[in-house]
Design a protein around this ligand. Structure first.
Ligand code: HT7
Ligand code: ZN
Length: 872
C-alpha cells in the first residue's frame, strides 16, 4: 500500500476539459466508451508533460485506445502500470478515445458502477470513477460532461438517468433504448452519476427565488414510492432555506434523487442526481422512527446544500475534504435547528460529537480535520472531518457573528465559484470579508486531539475573574471562542448576558466588573468550541451544577449541568458508592425535570432525563472497563427509576392521555411527547429485580408495543422487551416474532429487528447474534444489514465480554467482509482499534485479533490502513 501526502500535491500537466461517455449496459457486461478533450494546464509548472489517467485494472479491462483518431501503441504512446495509464505528452487539443469493459454485476465493493436489485447505479466519491474508466480521477480536474449516453434493455430498465438535463432519448430497436444527458456545470469525476433501472417515482416542482421552475423527482423501487413524500417536503424546505439564509439558488432545471438499498454511506451529492441510501430517504410512520424522520430531513438538506458547498466550489485535493463536508454539515445542522428546535438540535449534535469524534480523536485514528496523509481516502470520511469540521465552521460564525459569516460566504462564492480550492481559501474569504485576523484560528486545521480548557473563578467586591487555560496538541495556543454568561447567585437572574471571550493565550484572565453580587458562571454556552471543559481544581462544584441545571437560561448548558451531575454519580457508583450529596443533587434535577408541567419543550425534558451514554462516560476515563461502566450506569438508572416510579408512571399516563385520539404528526411537539413518554417507559422497564416486577415491566412494554401509534413507539417497546428475561421472556419472544411478521420483508424494518436484538442486554447475546447471522434474511453484502447486526453488536457491552469471544467473532466476520467490501470492513474494524483504552487483559486480546487481521492475505488497502494504525 502507498501512503499519499498532502505536502506532495502537484497540479496536473493537462486537464480534461470536456468528456463524452457512452454506457452500453448488457447483462453481465457493460462497455464504456469515452472521449476526453485534453488541454495543457496553465497552472502546471513541473517538468513532465505526460498525463496520468487513473484506472483500476482489477475491474476495468482496456479494449481500445486512440488519440485524434489514431490507435495508440502500448510502450510507445502510453504505458500501463497498476492503477494507471500514462499517456505520453499529449498535444494541445487532443481527443483521447477509450473503450473499456466492466462487470457491474460482480462489483461487491459498491464503488464505481454496480448492480443493486432492479437497478445499476454509480458511486464515484472518492475514487470510484477509476473503477468505471481511465480518467484523471481527482477533484481538481473539473470537466463538462457534455454527452452522457446510456443504453439498456427497455423493459428491464425503463429509467435512464445521469447528471444535468436529458437532451435526447429514444428506441434503439431490438428491445433496447437510450437517453442522452448533459450537465453544463464543470465538475470533478467524483460527482458523476448514472442510474439505470426499473423504478417508481414521485414528482413536484419548486419555483426558485428568481422565479425559475425546477422539476423535482424522487425515485425508488415501486413498492416504496409511498414512503417518499417526507423526502420531497424536506427537499423543498432545504431549497427555500438556502435561499433565505445564504441567498443560494438551485441552478439546473431538474433535481433527481434515487433511493438505493445497498450503499456504503448515507447519500451522495452527485450534481443534479443525488443517490441516497434507502435508510436516509424512505420514511413513513409505520416503518420509520422520529429519529429516522429527523435524519431524512437532515441528510436531504445536507446533499442539497452540497450543490454550492462541494459542487459549485469543490476541493482541490482530498486532504481538503472538510472544506465541503465540515461546511455542509454545519449548514445542515443550522437548517435542522431552524426547522425544529435549536437547543434540541445542539444537544443531539454534541452528544454525537462526544460519542463519535472525541472517541476517534483519542485513539489511533486521531487526525486533524485536514489530514496530512492517507493510504485509502475512504478511511478519512470520519467524524473528525465531518463533525469536528462542522464545529470549526460554527466557531467562525461565533467569532464573526451571523452577519460576518454570511459576508465571508458571499465572498467565498464570488471568488471561487466553478473552481477547486483549499481550506486556506475559505479562511481567507472569511478574514478578508470581515477584516478579522484569523491566522491563529488556522491552527484548528492542523491540530488533532480534543483540546482541554480548564477554568478557575474568583469573586471579590463586584468583580468576577474567570481564568481560562488551554492545553492541546498544538505548541502554540489555539484561538478558542468561549461563550460565557453570568447568573446572580441569589436571584438566578442573568447578571451578564452571553458574551464571546476570545481565548488566544495559553492562560488568560477575563474580568467582569460592576456586579451586584456573587455569580455562577455558565461557561462554553451552546458548546461554543469542540473542547473538554474542566474545573482547574479537578473537582466539579456540584452546587453550581445543580444551580445551573435548575436555572441556566442557556438551554444547552442547563442540560449539560444535569449531565455532569449524573456523570459524577455514575462514577461514584462505579468506584465505591453513590454519596448522598451527589445523589440528592441529581435526584433534585431529575425530579424537577420529570414534574415540570410548564415546559412544552418535551424533547429537552426527555434529553435532560437520559443519562450520559456509556461511550461518553468511557471518554472521561483513562482506562475503560466497559462492563463496570455499564453496571454503574444501570445502577443509577434503576435507583432513579425506583425513587420516581410513581412520578414516571404519572407522566407516562398523562402523555398517553394527551396523545390518545390525536392525529399522528411528525412535528417538534409530537416528537417531543413520544420521546419523553418513551424515556419514562425505559426507566419504568428497568425495574425488574423480582419476578413480580419482571411481569409488570413486560406487561407495560407489551401494551406499549401493541398500542404503538407508529414505529417510534414500537421500537421503544421492543427495545425494552428485547432485554427482558425471566418472567418477561415470553413477552420478549412474542413481540420479536410479531415485529418480524409485521415487517413483511421491509428491508429497513428488518434492519431494526436485527439491531434491537444485537443491542439487547442479555447474558447469551453473542450466541443470539451468531444465530441471527445465519438467518435467511442476513447477508454481508448489504452494508445496512451488516451494520444492523454486526455494527450494533460491536456497540453492545457484551462485545467486550471478558473471554474475548466477541472480538474473535468480529474478526472472523471482517475476514469475510474484506473480500466483499473493504470500505465496510475497515469501518467495522474501528471497534477493535481502541484496545489501548481498555484494561491490560482485554486490550491484549483485542490487539491479538487485530494482528490476525494484519496477517491476513490478501487484505484490502482500506483495512490494512486501519489495522496497521491500530497496532501502532
Ligand atoms: N460526499 C458523500 C461521501 C460519500 C462517500 C465517500 C466514500 C465512499 C462512499 C461514499 N458515499 C458517499 C456523502 C456526503 O457527505 O454527503
Ligand atoms: Zn457531505
Amino acid at each position: 500500500p502507498v501512503e499519499i501526502f498532502r505536502k506532495d500535491y502537484e497540479p496536473l500537466p493537462h486537464l480534461v476539459e470536456k468528456i463524452n461517455m457512452l454506457f452500453s449496459i448488457e447483462e453481465g457486461k457493460t462497455i464504456v466508451t469515452t472521449e476526453l478533450f485534453i488541454e495543457p494546464n496553465e497552472s502546471y509548472n513541473g517538468k513532465s508533460r505526460d498525463l496520468t489517467l487513473d484506472g483500476d485494472e482489477t475491474c476495468v479491462k482496456l479494449l481500445a485506445l486512440s488519440l485524434n483518431g489514431k490507435d495508440l501503441e502500448e510502450g510507445t504512446d502510453y504505458t500501463l502500470a497498476p492503477g494507471k495509464l500514462i499517456l505520453k505528452n499529449p498535444p494541445a487539443g487532443a481527443v483521447l478515445k477509450t473503450v473499456v469493459e466492466i462487470v457491474p454485476e460482480d462489483n461487491t465493493q459498491l464503488s464505481g458502477l454496480y448492480k443493486d436489485g432492479p437497478m445499476y447505479c454509480t458511486q464515484c466519491e472518492a475514487m470510484g470513477f477509476r473503477r468505471i474508466t481511465y480518467y484523471p480521477d481527482r477533484p481538481d480536474n473539473m470537466a463538462v460532461f457534455e454527452n452522457v449516453r446510456l443504453e439498456a434493455d427497455k423493459e428491464a430498465y425503463p429509467v435512464l438517468l445521469a447528471n444535468g438535463n436529458m437532451i435526447d432519448s429514444g428506441d434503439l430497436g431490438d428491445g433496447r433504448h437510450y437517453a442522452t444527458w448533459t450537465d453544463p456545470y464543470p465538475k470533478p469525476s467524483y460527482l458523476f452519476c448514472c442510474v439505470v433501472g426499473d423504478l417508481g417515482k414521485i414528482h413536484d416542482t419548486y419555483t426558485t427565488m428568481s422565479g425559475r421552475k425546477v422539476d423535482l423527482q424522487v425515485f425508488s423501487e415501486s413498492h416504496n414510492v409511498h414512503k417518499l413524500d417526507y423526502a420531497m417536503e424536506s427537499l423543498k424546505n432545504s431549497m427555500k432555506w438556502d435561499e433565505d439564509r445564504f441567498g443560494l439558488e438551485y441552478d439546473l432545471d431538474l433535481y433527481n434523487i434515487v433511493a438505493v438499498d445497498s450503499f456504503n454511506m448515507g447519500a451522495m451529492e452527485n450534481k443534479g442526481l443525488n443517490v441516497f441510501n434507502t435508510a436516509y430517504v424512505l420514511a413513513d410512520k409505520d416503518t420509520a422512527t422520529d429519529s429516522d424522520f429527523e435524519r431524512v430531513e437532515g441528510v436531504i438538506g445536507h446533499e442539497y446544500f452540497h450543490n454550492w458547498t462541494g459542487n459549485r466550489v469543490t476541493c482541490r485535493d482530498w486532504f481538503q475534504l472538510t472544506l465541503k463536508e465540515g461546511l455542509t454539515v454545519f449548514r445542515d445542522q443550522e437548517f435542522s435547528g431552524d426547522m425544529n428546535s435549536k437547543a434540541v438540535n445542539r444537544i443531539e449534535n454534541v452528544r454525537g460529537l462526544r460519542a463519535g469524534q472525541f472517541r476517534e480523536d483519542a485513539g489511533p485514528m486521531s487526525h486533524p480535520i485536514r489530514p496530512d496523509s492517507y493510504i485509502s481516502m475512504d478511511n478519512f470520511y470520519t467524524a473528525t472531518v465531518y463533525s469536528k469540521g462542522a464545529e470549526i465552521i460554527r466557531m467562525y460564525q461565533t467569532l464573526l457573528s451571523v452577519e460576518g459569516f454570511r459576508k465571508g460566504m458571499d465572498l467565498y462564492f464570488e471568488r471561487h465559484d466553478g473552481s477547486a480550492v483549499t481550506c486556506d481559501d475559505f479562511l481567507s474569504a472569511m478574514s478578508d470579508a470581515t477584516g478579522v485576523d484569523l491566522s491563529q484560528f488556522a491552527l484548528w486545521y492542523s491540530t488533532n486531539g480534543t483540546p482541554v480548557v480548564t477554568y478557575d473563578t474568583k469573586y471579590e467586591d463586584g468583580t468576577f475573574v474567570l481564568t481560562l487555560t488551554q492545553k492541546s496538541n498544538s505548541d502554540k495556543p489555539l484561538h478558542i471562542p468561549i461563550s460565557v454568561g453570568l447568573l446572580n447567585k441569589e436571584t438566578g437572574e442573568e447578571a451578564v448576558a452571553t458574551k464571546v471571550l476570545d481565548l488566544k493565550e495559553m492562560t488568560q484572565e477575563f474580568k467582569f466588573e460592576g456586579l451586584k453580587g456573587d455569580v455562577v458562571p455558565s461557561i462554553l454556552r451552546e458548546f461554543s468550541a469542540p473542547v473538554k471543559l474542566l474545573p482547574a481544581s479537578g473537582e466539579e462544584d456540584e452546587e453550581a451544577l445543580a444551580f445551573l441545571a435548575a436555572r441556566d437560561t442557556d438551554g444547552f448548558n442547563k442540560w449539560e449541568a444535569g449531565q455532569k451531575l449524573f456523570t459524577s454519580l455514575i462514577f461514584q457508583a462505579k468506584d465505591a458508592e453513590m454519596t448522598d450529596k451527589t445523589y440528592d443533587f441529581a435526584k433534585e434535577a431529575f425530579g424537577r425535570t420529570l414534574t415540570d408541567k410548564e415546559s412544552k419543550d418535551y424533547s429537552i425534558l426527555a434529553y435532560a432525563l437520559i443519562l450520559p451514554s456509556e461511550g461518553t462516560l468511557g471518554e472521561l476515563v483513562d482506562v475503560v472497563d466497559p462492563i463496570a461502566i455499564h453496571k454503574a450506569r444501570g445502577a443509577v438508572k434503576k435507583r432513579l427509576a425506583r425513587e420516581f416510579a410513581t412520578e414516571l408512571k404519572e407522566r407516562y399516563d398523562e402523555l398517553t392521555a394527551a396523545m390518545e385520539g390525536s392525529e399522528f404528526k411528525v412535528d417538534a411537539e409530537s416528537i417531543g411527547m413520544r420521546r419523553l413518554r418513551n424515556v419514562c417507559l425505559e426507566y419504568l422497564c428497568s425495574i425488574r429485580e423480582t419476578p413480580e416486577e419482571q411481569k409488570t415491566a413486560a406487561e407495560l412494554a407489551m401494551s406499549h408495543f401493541k398500542k404503538a401509534s407508529g414505529m417510534t413507539d414500537k421500537v421503544a417497546a421492543l427495545g425494552a422487551l428485547a432485554s427482558m428475561d425471566g418472567e418477561g421472556a415470553s413477552a420478549r419472544d412474542e413481540a420479536l416474532e410479531t415485529f418480524y411478521k409485521d415487517a413483511d420483508g421491509d428491508a429497513l424494518v428488518l434492519n431494526k429487528w436485527f439491531s434491537l436484538q444485537a443491542m439487547a442486554d442479555l447474558p447469551d447475546i453473542l450466541d443470539r447474534v451468531k444465530k441471527l447471522k445465519e438467518h435467511p434474511d442476513f447477508t454481508l453484502k448489504n452494508p445496512n444489514r451488516c451494520r444492523s447486526l454486526i455494527g450494533a453488536f460491536a456497540m453492545n457491552t457484551a462485545f467486550h465480554e471478558e473471554s474475548g469471544a466477541g472480538y474473535a467473532f468480529l474478526r472472523e466476520i471482517l475476514e469475510d467482509l474484506d473480500q466483499l467490501n473493504p470500505q465496510i470492513s475497515s469501518r467495522m474494524a474501528g471497534s477493535l482499534i481502541q484496545w489501548k483504552k481498555y484494561d491490560e487483559k482485554r486490550g491484549q486480546i483485542m490487539k491479538a485479533e487485530l494482528q490476525k487481521l494484519a496477517d491476513m492475505k490478501p487484505i484490502s488497502d482500506d483495512l490494512f490502513e486501519i489495522v496497521s494504525r491500530g497496532l501502532k
